[in-house]
Ligand binder design. Sequence first.
Ligand SMILES: [Zn+2]
Ligand SMILES: [Zn+2]
Length: 240
Amino acid sequence: MVNSFFQQGLPVFQAFKGLSLTGRCILCDAIGQPGLDICQGCEAELPGLGPHCRHCALPLPSLDQTLCGQCQLMPPPFERTVASYLYQYPVAELIGGFKYNRHLSYGKVLTLAGLNRFVSAYNHDLPDIITPIPLHWRRRLKRGFNQSEHIAGYLSKGLGIPLLTLLKRSQFTPPQQQLDAQQRRQNLKGAFEATQVLEGQCVAVVDDVMTTGATATEVTKQLLDAGAGEVHIWVLARTP
Ligand SMILES: [Zn+2]
Ligand SMILES: [Zn+2]
């Protein structure tokens, strides 16, 4: 996917954009916006979420429905999910470039361009704490960074919410991509631990993408056990 993205739309020199400070659009190379390396035209075309499930943010056909079938049958332990974008072109390719090819600017642009969507999802107070989904140290070593930490850092700074490390990955688990929902849940059992006791705070757990919600469910259980009052999941993108 990432390769086809570069073939489709991006000149080769764009591959070096991650390190540049030129303020140019990461998608079309036009002049970006102040503090945001994406032009207004490309930003307007990033796919938003539309009607979605109140709990898990799964896109729904109309606003008449507020919960997806799965959440009606079995509500997840997290209260709600806020996602900036739909996981499709070009968001999916930008997240891939961010995560696997270390184009850190892609993650920064997607997070900052979507900042208002996190704020406008709330009528009342924003969460008390932001915390990233941790990577196991082996995966972190291989990737060189934890993408969720970067996203959480931009969100914390942009919204003025403290960033705390509340979770630890205690087990190395195989990649989730090839697994179905049940296998994902099984794969993650016991994979996370809370690192401190909480006192009823509302915690926003940050990840790059939500697919089945298996990771979100597992970390939420740990945080609620540790004393969190409520857990919200914040992701850049939700898969359809
Ligand atoms: Zn552009
Ligand atoms: Zn749902």
